[in-house]
Design a protein around this ligand. Structure first.
Ligand SMILES: NC(=O)c1ccc[n+]([C@@H]2O[C@H](COP(=O)([O-])OP(=O)(O)OC[C@H]3O[C@@H](n4cnc5c(N)ncnc54)[C@H](O)[C@@H]3O)[C@@H](O)[C@H]2O)c1
Length: 337
């Protein structure tokens, strides 16, 4: 059974540690955090280390979940790769695309298994949404719209809302649309007096021709996590906070001009809320990573390349907001630092 460790026992790391300790498919090898186990999640406190060197000193783990602040992802992966440790790296993959490209190079050179933690892909409502869209329930897809707003999580210091939150949406629109972002225009705002942006509006088009738009901020008093996909037969709406999925069918306006113009004028049809089996997304993500370690080529993980694509799109959004221009993320290929 593979031995796994968690690097960074903060807001998300504590959940990784909880799940790893109770996993029947992996053994808990310890956790690293210079601030200790503030959330008291580690059962055996002798397995809490102040630094990576202490964890690696005795018997290095087989894999590690990297949940340190974003700017620390690359340095942590560099050390883990030197010890042959496979890595599941939290999103965003790194602080910028160049660092992400370097991280990928290090992992590939070391021949390690790796994935990035775009955990929204493991949300039951989004998994079912994607399955239904792929099965053609909506017919031709016109638009993917996402909303990810809420209060500011005071602990995020090193990046703005685009890299910290909107990378979720930029990954989701490419995954749900099964096509890369071709065009992107964005606006940002800085309302909290911090160096980084706290609101972004993004509008764009996938290479498939599907339009998308995303509203992401740290300025809203209530948390909203909604993804809506509109097509010729109606729309599917996923609420990832409640893991709910609802289908709103187009009604049919009888056209005086004859049946051939049925699409002319959509009206409200029936709506259906689906009963979903709800499994914790972080657990589904851990199981997919363990499948990867077990050699399953179909393991449902998010690859480091896809993590880089989300970061490239995020940097394109910041460039567009700064220049006022529409940009093409795919033409941006970072060179390792
Ligand atoms: N997938 C998601 O939905 C999701 C949600 C939240 C955060 N994240 C990502 O997870 C990462 C951590 O975010 P967080 O919200 O848990 O932050 P956090 O500040 O709550 O926790 C980070 C922890 O890392 C520790 N740390 C700092 N440097 C370290 C080092 N060199 N070695 C070991 N530990 C170190 C800190 O003491 C802190 O306890 C970020 O990259 C963030 O973007 C992802």
């Amino acid at each position: 059974m593979p031995r796994g460790a968690v690097i960074g026992l903060g807001m998300i790391g504590r959940h990784h540690a909880r799940l790893l300790q109770s996993s029947p498919r992996a053994r808990f090898a310890g956790a690293v955090d210079p601030a200790g186990d503030r959330y008291e999640v580690v059962r055996d406190q002798t397995l809490v280390f102040g630094g990576l060197d202490e964890l690696l000193a005795s018997e290095p783990p087989d894999f590690a979940i990297v949940a340190v602040p974003t700017e620390e992802h690359l340095p942590a992966v560099r050390v883990l790769a030197e010890h042959g440790v496979h890595v599941l790296v939290e999103k965003p993959l790194a602080a910028n695309a160049a660092a992400a490209a370097e991280l990928i190079e290090i992992v590939e050179r070391a021949g390690l298994h790796a994935a990035v933690g775009h955990v929204e892909r493991c949300n039951p409502a989004l998994l079912e949404l994607r399955r239904r869209v792929k099965a053609g329930q909506l017919g031709e897809v016109f638009l993917i719209a996402t909303e990810r707003v809420g209060p500011f999580p005071d602990r995020v210091r090193d990046v703005g809302v685009v890299k910290d939150l909107a990378t979720h949406d930029l990954d989701l629109v490419q995954w749900l649309g099964r096509s890369p972002v071709e065009l992107l225009a964005a606006q940002t705002q800085h309302r909290m007096g911090r160096p980084h942006e706290d609101l972004v509006l993004m509008t764009g088009r996938l290479a498939s021709g599907t339009s998308f738009n995303s509203v992401v901020d740290w300025l809203s008093p209530a948390k909203v996590r909604r993804t809506r996909i509109l097509g010729e037969r109606g729309m599917l709406v996923a609420d990832t906070l409640t893991a709910d999925l609802t289908f709103y069918a187009n009604g049919h306006v009888v056209s005086e001009w004859g049946a051939s113009q049925a699409l002319r004028g959509v009206s409200e049809g029936d709506s259906t809320r689906y009963a979903l089996s709800r499994r914790e997304p972080l657990l589904v993500e851990l199981e997919a990573f363990l499948d990867l370690l077990g050699g399953d080529p179909e393991a449902g993980v998010v690859s480091l390349r896809e993590g880089l694509d989300a970061l490239l799109a995020a940097e394109a959004a910041l460039e567009s907001a700064a220049s006022g221009e529409t940009v093409r993320p795919m033409s941006r290929q970072p060179t390792a630092g």
